[in-house]
Design a protein around this ligand. Structure first.
Ligand code: ZN
Length: 193
């Protein structure tokens, strides 16, 4: 078993002394799905330093991007991870999760806890899986993710401006991180511009 390759794009690199080559790859065995991936190279020592081929926009052809843009996105991604940590470390969040745990403990049965959580979109699994995984209310509460905190506030009927502001910042970082990188115009057929 191997890989089938088709050349999708080939053309001069930005400085003109080398080439950009993009191949479309699929697995060559009969059970392979329609999935494909791209393999690309920049055959130019100058341009390989400053550019990369990216395919961050599903449904679009691959594109040439500046490495500085790739680095910028990496720093957005780091900031997003950091903000998740910051949020989960907020004293207000600790208090909120503690309140959630006490509220859950008031429900006698696991099914009742599950119903309450599910009403606020805080139970991602089916009841059977929930039964298997649930150990105690406090662990459950502390394993929730930052994006589930609005559901927790909803369930408890409380709101906290500091948490809401921190979550808004998280959403902004996510949007920056998910923005497709700007394509460098190359004039090469098969590359997005
Ligand atoms: Zn070049």
């Amino acid at each position: 078993m191997g890989t089938d390759r088709t050349e999708e794009a080939r053309g001069p690199c930005p400085c003109g002394q080398g080439e950009v080559v993009v191949e479309r790859c699929t697995a060559d065995h009969p059970f392979a799905s329609a999935d494909h991936w791209w393999q690309s190279r920049i055959d130019c020592p100058n341009c390989a330093k400053g550019y990369e081929v990216e395919d961050d926009d599903p449904g679009q052809a691959p594109k040439l991007v500046l490495k500085t843009e790739v680095a910028k996105r990496q720093s957005w991604t780091q900031a997003w991870h950091q903000q998740r940590k910051t949020i989960m470390g907020l004293p207000a969040v600790h208090l909120l999760l503690k309140q959630l745990a006490s509220r859950l403990d008031q429900e006698k049965s696991l099914a009742a806890k599950y119903r309450l959580l599910a009403q606020h979109h805080l139970a991602s699994s089916a009841l059977a899986t929930f039964r298997k995984r649930f150990t105690d209310s406090s662990s459950y509460a502390h394993n929730l993710s930052p994006t589930e905190l609005p559901g927790v506030m909803d369930l408890l009927g409380v709101s906290d401006p500091a948490i809401t502001a921190a979550l808004q910042k998280l959403q902004q970082l996510w949007a920056e991180m998910k923005k497709p990188l700007p394509a460098v115009a190359t004039g090469i057929a098969g590359l997005a511009a």
